[in-house]
Design a protein around this ligand. Structure first.
Ligand code: NAP
Length: 492
């Protein structure tokens, strides 16, 4: 029996689009891209809160093969990323493959037919290959504070932003001080009468060296693409150096982390006048344990007379405000949840995936450690490419991760086509080898060498393992993705 599609890709963000582009380059056109949202762009479609922008310079945070010469700033605003996603979809003729408003609930491998059965809210599809590109930060986390249902004002999660909500004259509160809040706090502080920021754990903030890219430079990038390539190489090399010298994630991290923390502390001193507030805003965990943030406006917002930092823990929510552990109540009209996303509990994987012999991916990961060969394939899951897997994310530009995975797909599907086979499956040996390798590399990372005890971070799973980031340089990852041994796979 022929399946409905050669490939089903779940997710129309940059990961899913990258996979589709690579498959089309390989001559595979029978692709369905299923997306639960009503438009493409993934995180950049869903998130549109004020102040949203990238935190990796745009020359690097984009596909290397599809540069955009017209980024308006070094760190482009979110809306430009959405427009870029639309442009890519048009340029690579992806839109005709996309089906919006389609939620995938389950996928099961049919070993007798050698294809996947994908259950959506509209029925069952079959496909030879399944690619999951559902994103890491795609399931909003809404904390279950006692009494939250009784709150009489508006509650807005940053991932479901209400563009027409007007904060003018309001008493606003924001819960959370992660990367999203760092971008949003200065914006609400400008608009609201009063803003209370509820902080459970402070975040490291370093200066953001951002500027508008002059039109003449944009024109130069458009007319002489080589110049933008040079800019990309320079910026990417700087990021890579941060990684190699241990500021971020890997290697014996102490000197690099300490230096970065000193920069962040100097930034805090320069930005915040009140000493007690500075103390409250100083993290007690090592730089690098949690994704650090960049901003020139977040810390400064705490100097404003209409902004207060609340570090008491939240006891309950009442119809008109939030009660903290010291018994005080903060009166609130609009409550903004910048509380991030659920990752490990609900998103690994984002829907039930049952492989060969009835192996349930989520169950297997939880019972046998989170693992994926080269962060993309798992034994007993033939013809499945899981782009959001343990140890897959480089931790820097997500496009490096995507392009590494595209290279892996090129090599894997190239070999499949060369041998005239239809089914691939990674071997247990290759998977075990890779898991042992990353486990070994991680021993010298900030996650296990540094002081991360007080950092709650999605870098760590429910067992305290730092199983999200791939612990080597992005250059090494890209090289490995092009050269992995072909006998890591069995072809049928
Ligand atoms: P996040 O980093 O997970 O931060 C969530 C915040 O909510 C944390 O401060 C957390 O405190 C707090 N929180 C969660 N539950 C809470 C509770 N029950 N009580 C009190 N506080 C609670 O989420 P995010 O800020 O949305 O950022 C997620 C990631 O998205 C970032 O790391 C970044 O990778 C990405 N991002 C990127 C950009 C960009 O590229 N420009 C912008 C925004 C976000 P604890 O720390 O104590 O848990």
């Amino acid at each position: 029996m022929r399946p409905d599609h050669e490939v089903v890709i779940v997710g129309a963000g940059f990961g899913g689009m990258g996979a589709a582009i690579e498959l089309k380059r390989l001559g595979i056109d029978d692709i369905a891209i299923l997306e639960r949202e009503d438009d493409l762009g993934g995180t950049w479609h869903v998130n549109h809160y004020p102040g949203l922008s990238v935190d990796i310079a745009s020359v690097t945070y984009s596909y290397s093969f599809e540069p955009n010469p017209y980024w308006s700033r070094l760190f482009a605003p979110g809306a430009e990323l959405k427009r870029y996603a639309d442009h890519v979809a048009d340029r690579y003729d992806l839109k005709r493959h996309m089906e919006f408003g389609t939620l995938v609930a389950r996928a099961e491998w049919d070993d007798s037919q050698q294809f996947w059965r994908v259950t959506t809210d509209e029925g069952v599809r079959t496909c030879r290959h399944l690619v999951t590109a559902t994103g890491f930060l795609s399931q909003p986390h809404t904390p279950d504070f006692p009494g939250i249902d009784s709150f009489g004002g508006r509650i807005i999660h940053t991932a479901a932003w209400e563009d027409d909500h007007d904060f003018t004259g309001e008493r606003a509160a924001i819960i959370g001080t992660g990367a999203t809040a760092v971008q949003l706090v200065p914006e609400i502080a400008d608009a609201a009468e009063e803003l209370t920021v509820f902080q459970r754990t402070p975040i490291w903030v370093v200066p953001k060296l951002d500027f508008a890219i002059p039109h003449v430079v944009q024109k130069m990038f458009a007319m002489v693409p080589f110049t933008q390539r040079v800019a990309r190489v320079v910026n990417t090399s700087l990021l890579e150096a941060l990684m190699v010298f241990g500021v971020l994630h890997f290697k014996q991290a102490k000197p690099g982390n300490r230096l970065a923390a000193l920069v962040a502390k100097a930034h805090l001193r320069a930005q915040v006048r009140d000493r007690a507030t500075r103390r409250s805003l100083t993290p007690s965990y090592d730089f690098g344990c949690k994704r650090p943030t960049f901003s020139n406006t977040y810390l400064r917002a705490f100097n404003r007379s209409n902004v207060s930092l609340q570090t008491q823990s939240i006891v309950r929510v009442e119809p008109d405000g939030i009660v903290t552990a010291d018994g005080e109540k903060v009166l609130v009209d609009t409550l903004v949840l910048a509380t991030g996303f659920d990752l490990w509990d609900v998103n690994f994987p984002a829907f039930q995936i049952v492989g060969r012999g009835g192996r349930d991916l989520g169950k297997w990961w939880r019972e046998n450690r989170f693992q994926a060969y080269e962060g993309i394939t798992m034994p007993s899951f033939p013809n499945l490419l899981s782009l959001n897997s343990p140890y897959s994310y480089s931790g820097l530009s997500y496009f490096t991760t995507i392009e590494g995975q595209m290279k892996h797909m090129r090599r894997l599907f190239g070999e499949l086509q060369r041998q005239g086979r239809t089914t691939f499956e990674v071997t247990d040996e290759a998977n075990d080898r890779f898991l042992a390798e990353v486990t070994d590399h991680l021993q010298s990372s900030v996650f296990y060498n540094g002081d991360c005890a007080s950092a709650r971070s999605y870098y760590f799973n429910q067992h305290g393992e730092a199983a999200l980031l791939r612990p080597n340089s992005t250059l090494a990852t890209l090289r490995q993705m092009e050269r992995f041994p072909l006998d890591a796979y069995r072809f049928r």
